[in-house]
Design a protein around this ligand. Structure first.
Ligand SMILES: [Zn+2]
Length: 132
């Protein structure tokens, strides 16, 4: 289930913008309501912007009103790693890509039924692949 022998070599990806690199590798947070995928309604899958692993599905996307793309579930629990994050005086759960270790966003427990999960994800950490 885990491939821990994989070394993380993720700090030089020429297809990423400076902002994407700051978010993915330095855990920055993009400004709310600025992400290009925030209001994306198309059917498809959302993958990690760094390694391309597909992580979220459009069927689990919902409008949380927070200003970041939000999902009630992942397509597979093994796609992400959840890490306790005590920075900024808060206890939160960080969501990182299980494949490349890139920072995606945070997980909260106030999402819609049935999962009650809210994956609050930076738009620039994601790349969208349209279905069909
Ligand atoms: Zn990745």
């Amino acid at each position: 289930m885990s491939n821990s022998s994989h070394s993380t070599n993720n700090t030089s990806n020429p297809k990423l913008t400076a902002q994407q690199q700051r978010v993915l590798f330095e855990k920055a947070t993009e400004a709310p309501f600025t992400g290009t995928l925030l209001h994306n309604q198309d059917q498809g899958t959302y993958g990690c912007a760094n390694c391309g692993q597909q992580i979220f599905s459009s069927k689990d996307k919902f409008d949380s009103g927070t200003g970041w793309p939000s999902f009630s579930d992942v397509t597979d629990q093994g796609k992400v790693k959840l890490i306790k994050d005590n920075s900024h005086g808060m206890t939160r759960t960080e969501v990182v890509c299980a494949h490349c270790g890139g920072h995606l966003g945070h997980l909260f427990d106030d999402g819609p039924s049935p999962t009650k999960k809210r994956y609050c994800i930076n738009s620039c950490s994601l790349e969208f692949g349209k279905k069909g």
